[in-house]
Structures are given as structure tokens and as C-alpha cells.
Design a protein around this ligand. Structure first.
Ligand SMILES: [Zn+2]
Length: 403
């Protein structure tokens, strides 16, 4: 796209109206991020929707100062500070949409003024929407069963950007905050939840996940959510908290449930501590979702069909795989001729039982842990994705990419 060809909209008559309109549009179109990018001649305003950028506006550079000042005022940031990055949250009340929404603002000094990035935070209500998390019924049942007991560790595993925190919050929402003391250590605080004690860690003043956890256990908590287990100290403290009668929820940067267990063992934590404290690992990834408006049956070639049979061998009879119809997109206006406009999650839910505990005690490698878990009816991420392809939600090609 040639920047010069894009029309300038220099009619920012009123900066307050302009910002309100921009926020309203972002909220009603499900925009996740707004980028305000000053250049020498223009300010570009770009929206990110489902991982794609949409150019929203190109304003004359004379508007830079007033636009950025307005945003800083809303976020209660220092207006005259433009040499250092700043961030804070805007509580935006839309008169037109009759909605209140939080928007996280962060500034970064650049060679032209400051770049501003805004993250439109999902509302609390969307966190309770089970359907949106796309768990298979069998996995949902396992999760609910594990949440009944409140004295162990539950870990969310996945790479960066796989939406671990959304699922973690959904788990947290399972508990009535008025019946328990729920406390969190976060970085950053993304969603406000009423009656949950949310604390932002600040490593620059030595308020880390580890030091925070030490203070938190003295606060008589029932449920503790630690944003991320990154190091030995945090993992040891989390295990200690679980073994002294707390439910601990956290995330870890690993690619599968079984790899998570191996990762903890590699961190030099005593296997018996892992075996007695860890109860469930949910691993998740994002896959492209087929456009519901233009999906149609497609013939999967023999090669792919054989791979599916191989992947599903322990749960579905190969002959049955031949009976399944798989779908694909055909392109349409609704998906802007990009079938992957939407994404969805696929999961694997590993619940520890006696056999798995034994494998942890013997420091079994990830492959062996996975083999045992599959023997106890854990569907792997690839299987979960193929099953969702069989339910016409995604494509088999997309599912097999995860293997
Ligand atoms: Zn379509």
C-alpha cells in the first residue's frame, strides 16, 4: 500500500469528539488495538482486528500534539513527559454505546513525537462466556472436577500470544470472590475483576512474582493466581503455597502439557513436590477458524487422511475416519476473501493421576508422560484440532500443522 495515495483526513475539528468516535468505532467493531503513529508529515491511525491491521485514518501532522495530549489526559499521564515510555489505563464511558470499557494506553518516544498504542480490554462479561473458549465437553468436565478441590496447582501452558491469560481468568471466574479470598500477582493487570485483590508486580523496585508470593501467603488467601512461572524460585514458592492448602493458578511458557512436567523437573524441583502439588495442565494454541459463511465439504487427499487415521488411532476406528466429512472455505465477502478472519482455541487437558505421578517420580521424559496420558484418555492438541475440524470449525490442514 502506498502511503502517499491514502487521503488525508485533516478535519479533526474537535479532538475530544475525534477520540470518542475512534474509541466507539473500535469497541463496536471488536478492535483489539489502536496504534497512533506519528511520522514527519502525518499521523497514521491503525486498528488491529483479528491479527490484521486496518488503516483507519491519516491525519495531518499539525494534529499530533493535540491528539497525543488528549490521550495522555484521559490516561492521567504526565503531559510534558515525552522522553520516557509511560503506560496507564483509561476508563472510557461511551455515551453513544452506553458501555464502560477499559483501554490500556502505552507511549513510546520515537524520532517523531511519541507513538501511542492502545489495547481495548475485553469486558468482564465476555470472560464468563464458556462457548468462546471452545473446550470439548470431556475437557470441560475434567476441568470442573479439578476445580472442586482447592489445594493444588493448575498450570496453563502455551506459547506467547496463545491466550493463556484469558483462559486463566475464565478459571478464576469459576469461584465466587465473596466466598473466597482471591488474590493475584499480575504483569500487567489486563482485566478488572470485582472483589479480587489484583496486584501489579514491579521488578524495578524488587516487587517480583517471588517476593509478591511470599507476601501474599501471609494475606490469608484461598486462591492465588500468579501470572507466570518463569524461574525456580517462583515455581518452588507456588508449590509450597499449594502444599499448604491453597489453590494456585499460573501460566508457563511450554508447548504441551507433557513438556510442562518435564520443564518443571528440569528446573530442579524435587519430583515428589511436583507429583504431590500439580494437578492439571491445560495446554492451548490458536488455530484459524473456517469462515462460517462460505464453508463447504472438501475431499481430503489420501495422504492427509492417513495422517488423520494415525493421529486418531487411539480414539477412533480408522474406518470411521473415512465416514467423516471435512470442510474448507470457498472465499466470500463476509471473510473479505481471507477465510481465516477468525481464530479459535484448541486444547489438551492433562489431569494427574497415580500413573502419571509415578512417571514424574521416575523423571520420565515428555514423550513417555504423553503416552501414559493418552492411555488415560487425554486428547492431544492435534487430536483436539482434528475433532474440531470434524465439527467443521477448522480445517484438517490447520490441525496437522500443530503436530
Ligand atoms: Zn467466507
Amino acid at each position: 500500500m502506498n502511503l502517499q495515495e491514502i487521503k488525508i483526513n485533516s478535519n479533526m475539528w474537535d479532538v475530544i469528539d475525534y477520540v470518542n468516535d475512534m474509541f466507539d468505532e473500535a469497541i463496536s467493531h471488536n478492535i483489539s488495538d489502536i496504534h497512533i503513529e506519528p511520522t514527519s508529515e502525518y499521523i497514521l491511525i491503525r486498528f488491529r482486528q483479528d491479527w490484521e491491521f486496518i488503516l483507519k485514518d491519516k491525519l495531518d501532522a499539525v494534529n499530533t500534539s493535540s491528539l497525543i495530549t488528549r490521550l495522555k489526559v484521559l490516561a492521567q499521564l504526565k503531559i510534558d513527559e515525552n522522553k520516557k515510555p509511560q503506560d496507564w489505563k483509561i476508563s472510557y464511558q461511551s455515551e453513544r454505546l452506553k458501555q464502560k470499557i477499559d483501554i490500556r494506553l502505552s507511549t513510546l518516544p520515537t524520532n517523531y513525537w511519541e507513538k501511542v498504542a492502545l489495547r481495548v480490554l475485553k469486558q468482564d462479561a465476555s470472560l464468563t462466556d464458556l462457548e468462546k473458549l471452545w473446550f470439548l465437553d470431556t475437557n470441560l468436565a475434567k476441568i470442573k472436577w479439578v476445580l472442586e478441590s482447592k489445594y493444588w496447582i493448575i498450570l496453563m501452558a502455551g506459547p506467547t500470544g496463545s491466550g493463556k491469560s484469558t483462559t486463566l481468568f475464565w478459571l478464576l471466574k469459576h469461584f465466587d470472590p465473596l466466598k473466597y479470598n482471591i488474590s493475584t500477582l499480575e504483569d500487567p493487570i489486563e482485566y478488572d475483576i470485582d472483589f479480587v485483590n489484583q496486584s501489579q508486580i514491579k521488578p524495578e523496585i524488587w516487587y517480583t512474582f517471588a517476593s509478591g508470593l511470599r507476601s501474599l501467603v501471609r494475606q490469608d488467601p484461598d486462591i492465588i493466581m500468579v501470572w507466570e512461572i518463569r524461574d525456580l524460585e517462583t515455581s518452588k514458592l507456588s508449590i509450597e503455597a499449594a502444599l499448604t492448602g491453597h489453590l494456585v493458578l499460573s501460566t508457563i511458557h511450554t508447548n504441551s502439557a507433557s513438556a510442562t512436567i518435564q520443564r518443571l523437573t528440569n528446573m530442579d524441583i524435587e519430583p515428589f513436590l511436583i507429583a504431590s502439588a500439580l494437578k492439571m495442565v491445560i495446554s492451548q494454541r490458536l488455530v484459524k477458524k473456517i469462515c462460517p459463511h462460505c464453508k463447504a465439504i472438501h475431499n481430503v487427499d489420501e495422504n492427509i487422511k492417513n495422517k488423520i487415521k494415525e493421529e486418531l488411532a487411539d480414539i477412533i476406528d480408522p474406518d470411521e475416519v473415512d465416514q467423516i466429512d471435512f470442510y474448507k472455505w470457498t472465499w466470500c465477502e463476509e471473510c473479505n476473501w481471507t477465510w481465516y478472519k477468525w481464530r479459535m482455541w484448541v486444547h489438551e487437558v492433562l489431569v494427574l493421576d497415580e500413573a502419571l505421578e509415578k512417571s514424574i517420580l521416575s523423571k520420565a521424559p515428555a514423550q513417555e508422560i504423553e503416552k501414559i496420558a493418552r492411555g488415560e484418555w487425554m486428547t492431544t492438541i492435534v487430536q483436539d484440532a482434528i475433532l474440531k475440524a470434524a465439527m467443521w470449525e477448522t480445517t484438517v490442514e490447520e490441525a496437522l500443522k500443530l503436530g
